[in-house]
Ligand binder design. Structure first.
Ligand SMILES: C[S@@+](CC[C@H](N)C(=O)[O-])C[C@H]1O[C@@H](n2cnc3c(N)ncnc32)[C@H](O)[C@@H]1O
Length: 181
């Protein structure tokens, strides 16, 4: 993992322990998966994340590439996220747009074509299907869609949705990556 991202993750962990933010400690993307996600994201400047949580993954994606812009959706605002956005610093914060709305709203007029879509919001099959379908037409040619918790025994809906969509892609640890034509 790039040093600046590892440094942020280390500080965010310490902050979460300090303020008793168990949500982040249990729900944010784990370091090994984050490293894979960042590797897939390389060279991709327009990123949309579905499921901000406390913004750890959004911050990591923005920190990893100084030219990248991240739009992240969450229907529920988790106030602890401000503490972590503060750790990221203003220049990084400026490249993260937080939209407090359901992911199924899809893109807004004027949004750039999405080069990487990271799906980490609701994990039941119907919600994953709705999220994918809401964003499918917003994908740039060759875009990659990454589904989190693909192999998680507690979230069989993610795999079910990938199967129902008929996506042929690559499983990387707990991630499933599909490349758009
Ligand atoms: C696992 S957390 C995201 C963690 C974050 N990606 C990270 O690694 O730091 C999932 C988030 O998705 C949000 N969520 C669930 N269903 C959603 C939906 N339909 N639209 C937008 N956000 C949703 C939840 O409120 C929660 O904050």
């Amino acid at each position: 993992m790039p040093a600046r991202v590892a440094r942020f993750a280390w500080r965010a962990n310490g902050c979460a322990r300090g303020i008793g933010d168990d949500f982040s400690l249990t729900s944010a993307v784990r370091p090994a998966e984050l490293a894979e996600l960042l590797s897939i994201a390389r060279g991709r400047g327009a990123v949309v994340e579905l499921g901000t949580g406390t913004a750890w993954s959004a911050i990591a994606l923005a920190l990893d590439d100084g030219a990248r812009r991240v739009i992240s959706y969450d229907s529920f605002v988790r106030h602890d996220r401000d503490a972590y956005l503060g750790l990221a610093g203003g220049r990084v914060r400026d490249r993260i747009e937080l939209r407090n709305e359901p992911d199924s709203n899809g893109p807004r007029a004027g949004d750039p074509p999405v080069e990487l879509l990271f799906i980490d919001s609701s994990h039941d099959c119907e919600s994953v299907l709705a999220a994918f379908r809401a964003w499918r037409t917003a994908l740039a040619p060759g875009a990659v869609v990454v589904f989190h918790d693909y192999d998680h025994p507690g979230y069989p809906g993610v795999r079910d949705a990938v199967v129902e969509l008929g996506l042929v892609g690559r499983r990387i640890g707990g991630l499933f990556a599909w490349r758009a034509p």
